[in-house]
Design a protein around this ligand. Structure first.
Ligand code: SAM
Length: 258
């Protein structure tokens, strides 16, 4: 029996209702994690991940994001037309972030009101974040390992009347000193680079800051994120409910420890 279950079994009446829900959720998650480690990555993706997605969607209320799903649907329809333009003229839907994640990012910005944002892996995410920043006195640094894609992103931003500044090459970004970010979106190109840089990317954030990692559906990315976050005491929320797309891709949200 998990420790939290044991405490509840001894004296459930002594626990505050919010703590009770948290303890039960945490016990269920621990069971879930045990199941995940016993399953093959493919089996885990098919069975446990949809469950984790549903549970994490409910857990978002613990960090004040119970409105995320409703806001994301609204944002998604507002972004549909520019998304189609981007994926028809600049990049492909397979390489760009999904419309579902674009809507979720926009909703996260509306709910969290970040002031200082890092956009790792430029593209349509740069458009979404700068569109928010333009009306919110926020700033965005967009980073790419490939200068050709920085210049394509710049073209699209200018065409859409958004700021083309602070488009930075990855090595210049890592050598520079930025103030700690409120929100980071990690969608850097090369998957192995993404995995290798997770601990470093987590260090870019302020305490209690937020980071969205795309490609949480990939078992190797997911394992690396979960390990790094567990080591740092950060909370991970699968965003499968709001970001699952037609290619089976989805993201996660991490809230850093205080
Ligand atoms: C997953 S993409 C990043 C997508 C970006 N965040 C967006 O919202 O569109 C990762 C990297 O792949 C490169 N890239 C983007 N579109 C591409 C394409 N159509 N073909 C090849 N590489 C591409 C860029 O260097 C980009 O930073």
């Amino acid at each position: 029996m998990a420790t939290s279950d044991a405490i509840l079994a001894i004296d459930p009446g002594s626990v505050h209702p919010v703590r009770l829900v948290r303890a039960r959720t945490s016990a269920r998650l621990n069971r879930l994690r045990t199941q995940v480690t016993r399953l093959s990555p493919k089996a885990a993706s098919l069975t446990v991940e949809p469950l984790r997605g549903r549970m994490d969607s409910r857990r978002l209320s613990m960090i004040g994001l119970e409105e995320l799903e409703r806001c994301a649907i609204h944002s998604e329809s507002a972004l549909r037309a520019p998304y189609q333009k981007y994926t028809q003229t600049i990049s492909s839907p397979v390489m760009a972030l999904s419309l579902e994640l674009a809507g979720t990012l926009d909703a996260l910005c509306a709910l969290l009101r970040p002031c200082h944002i890092a956009d790792l892996g430029s593209g349509f995410s740069s458009y979404v974040l700068r569109r928010y920043a333009a009306g919110a006195r926020a700033d965005v640094v967009s980073v790419d390992a490939d200068t050709k894609w920085l210049s394509r992103t710049r073209d699209f931003l200018q065409c859409e009347g958004l700021s083309p500044h602070e488009l930075v090459e990855w090595s210049a970004f890592t050598n520079a000193r930025y103030a700690a970010f409120d929100l980071v979106v990690d969608d850097l190109g090369h998957i192995q680079r993404r995995i290798d840089t997770i601990p470093r990317v987590l260090e870019l954030l302020r305490p209690a800051g937020f980071i969205v990692f795309d490609d949480f559906h990939k078992p190797n990315v997911r394992t690396a994120i979960l390990q790094a976050c567990r080591a740092g005491g950060h909370r991970v929320f699968s965003l499968r409910r709001t970001t699952l797309d037609r290619f089976g891709r989805y993201a996660c949200l991490v809230r850093l420890s205080d």
